[in-house]
Design a protein around this ligand. Sequence first.
Ligand code: ZN
Length: 165
Amino acid sequence: MSVNIRNNNQCRIINFPQRQRIAINGFCRVTKYRLCRVCRKPDWCGYTTDEQTSICMRISNGSKGTSRNGGNIFHHNCLFLVANPRTNRKQTPPPIEIAPIKIRNAVYEELIRKSPAVKYYSQLIDGPGGLLSRGLREQEIQNYGALPRTRKERASLARTLNKFV
Ligand SMILES: [Zn+2]
């Protein structure tokens, strides 16, 4: 990553007092008084004067694209929809009733049978941070299940367990 190119805009305004809100073409730099709304850091990132858009230089996940200076564009009416308590209340699904303990136990046992941790031996059992490295004994390993890596496989496992129930 070339920091020089990405920092071009910042170099132009670096001599301004940090406390002052500096707007260039409708954009402001974040400060320690006005953190980036995406990464919560006080430098490098920017935002529009109307506060509707942030240009985050650090986080790209969930951005709407890349700005000319290589920043990641976030439109807050989209980004913070979930965080808005009013819309959040509307979107919260009704609470799911928890199944009785016997059913839950049966489902977990079936899950372990259908998708045992030993299926992923190198990753989950004897790999770094695996069950053996945490001090579990070999015969205890069979008490552990694992969720498959891909969404498709997990969905398939969930369907199987639903049928089982
Ligand atoms: Zn940021």
